[in-house]
Design a protein around this ligand. Structure first.
Ligand code: NAP
Length: 256
C-alpha cells in the first residue's frame, strides 16, 4: 500500500499506460481522477475503469476535457478536491503521436500535437502544483515523457520536441517546486504496445526489428509503466526529484 489514502490525478487514463497506472495506484490505496478527451468512444472505457477501481475498494471519478485546453488542468484539480478533498499526485500522461513526415507536416497536426502533449501539460502541472502548495504537505508530479525525448524520429518531428519539453518541464519544476516539497520526475517509456502505435506496429517487419533491438527481447506492456509511476509517486522516492527513468527494456543503451 504505497499510496494509502492518497488522491491521484492521471490524464489520458481511459486506455493504455494511463489506465494501467490508474489501476495500480488504486491497488496501492489511492483514489483516482481519470482524465480523458471526453470522446463518446472512450466514455464506456472510462465507466468500466471506474467500476474496476471501485471493486478494488477505492473511489474514482472522470473528467472528459481536451488536454490541450489550458483550463483542463484546473477542472481536474477541482474534481479531485470536490470528490476526494485534495491532490497528492498528478500524472501528466495524455498524449498523441500521429506519425507524419516532416517536409509536408500539416500545421494543424503540428499544433494539435504540441498543444495536447505539452502546452496543456504546462498549465495542468501549474494547476496541480498550486493546489499542492495550498495544501502545504508537498506532493508528487510525474510526466510521461518518452525515449523520444532523447532520440530523434523522422516521422515524429512534431512529437519528439513535446517529449523533450516535458522532460525539461519536470527538471525546471523540480527546482521551482522543491521548496514546497513537491517532487517532479519523468518516466521515459520505450515502445509500449497501446492504441497509440497499433497501426505502426501492424507492420510485422518493423515490429520484429523493434523487438530485436531490445535487450529484454520484447516490446513493453502498459503495466510495465505502472510500477515506475507508483514508485515515483510514493514516499519511497521521497528524495527523488528532477530525475528521469527510462522504461524501455534496455533499448536506448543498445547502440553498439
Ligand atoms: P493511448 O493508449 O493512445 O492512450 C492515450 C490517452 O491519452 C488516452 O487516454 C486518450 O484519451 C488520452 N488523450 C489523447 N488525446 C487527448 C486529448 N486531446 N485530450 C485528453 N486526453 C487525450 O496511448 P499510450 O501509449 O498509453 O500513451 C500515453 C502516453 O505515453 C502518451 O503521452 C505517449 O506519448 C506516451 N508514450 C507512449 C509510448 C508507447 O510506445 N505507447 C512510448 C513513449 C511515450 P481518449 O481515450 O479520450 O482518447
Amino acid at each position: 500500500m504505497l499510496l494509502e489514502g492518497k488522491n491521484v490525478i492521471i490524464t489520458g487514463a481511459s486506455r493504455g499506460i494511463g489506465r494501467a497506472a490508474a489501476l495500480e495506484c488504486a491497488r496501492q490505496g489511492a483514489n483516482v481522477v481519470i482524465g480523458y478527451s471526453g470522446s463518446a468512444s472512450s466514455t464506456p472505457l472510462v465507466e468500466a475503469l471506474i467500476q474496476d477501481i471501485r471493486s478494488l475498494g477505492r473511489d474514482a471519478t472522470a473528467v472528459g476535457a481536451p488536454a490541450g485546453d489550458p483550463d483542463t488542468g484546473g477542472k481536474l484539480v477541482e474534481a479531485a478536491v470536490s470528490q476526494f478533498g485534495s491532490v497528492d499526485v498528478f500524472v501528466n500522461n495524455a498524449g498523441i503521436c500521429p506519425f507524419h513526415s516532416f517536409l509536408d507536416m500539416p500545421r494543424e497536426t503540428y499544433l494539435e500535437t504540441v498543444n495536447t502533449n505539452l502546452n496543456g501539460a504546462y498549465f495542468a502541472v501549474q494547476a496541480a502544483a498550486n493546489q499542492m502548495k495550498r495544501q502545504g504537505r508537498g506532493g508528487a508530479i510525474i510526466a510521461v515523457s518518452s525515449i523520444s525525448a532523447l532520440v530523434g524520429g523522422g516521422m515524429q518531428t512534431h512529437y519528439t520536441p513535446t517529449k523533450a519539453g516535458l522532460l525539461s518541464l519536470m527538471q525546471s519544476c523540480a527546482i521551482a517546486l522543491g521548496p514546497y516539497n513537491i517532487r517532479c520526475n519523468a518516466v521515459l517509456p520505450g515502445t509500449i504496445e497501446t492504441d497509440i502505435n497499433k497501426d505502426d506496429l501492424s507492420d510485422t517487419k518493423k515490429r520484429d526489428a523493434m523487438i530485436s533491438r531490445t535487450p529484454l527481447g520484447r516490446l513493453g506492456k502498459p503495466d510495465d509503466l505502472a510500477g515506475p509511476i507508483v514508485f515515483l509517486a510514493s514516499e519511497m522516492a521521497g528524495f527523488v526529484t528532477g530525475a528521469s527513468l527510462l522504461v524501455d527494456g534496455g533499448c536506448y543503451v543498445n547502440l553498439q
